[in-house]
Design a protein. Structure first.
Length: 143
């Protein structure tokens, strides 16, 4: 497996893990059933994409990217502080939309930096970007 494919797959895998972690962290604050459903559906999609990226990495003899513990801790603390200030559906939607935006940017940047990545990895990255865009669209009604 070439380096660009590995890089792109690891970026997708890491992004999916961050998304699932954020959704799980925010679930405890959800009081709106419709928002909870949107989040649960997105978590399921992200888990599927995470599993797909992990499978492709394994098939290429690679392992998943390890979580950046400092970044994960910072993200967790930032989210907790935001939710202490305001813990309603609007704030949850904003936090998730910011995460989607960061995910879209990082995966898109990685795709542009890895033009020789395999078709399968680019296809997966595009699915992840579409997943993030859909979640952002679905969250707009909670603002």
């Amino acid at each position: 497996m070439d380096e660009q494919t590995i890089t792109l797959l690891k970026e997708c895998n890491s992004g999916c893990k961050m998304a699932v972690g954020s959704i799980c962290q925010l679930k405890e604050f959800v009081r709106n059933a419709a928002l909870g459903e949107v989040m649960e559906a997105s978590k399921k999609q992200h888990k599927e994409l995470e599993e797909e990226s992990a499978k492709l990495l394994r098939e290429g003899g690679e392992t998943e990217k390890q979580k950046d513990k400092l970044a994960a801790a910072f993200s967790w603390i930032t989210t907790e502080v935001k939710m202490m200030v305001q813990d309603d559906s609007t704030q949850i939607a904003k936090v998730l939309m910011n995460g989607c935006n960061m995910g879209i940017q990082s995966v898109s940047e990685c795709m542009n930096k890895c033009p020789e990545a395999s078709h399968a990895s680019v296809s997966l990255a595009k699915k992840l970007v579409k997943c993030e865009e859909k979640l952002m669209e679905d969250l707009k009604k909670f603002l």
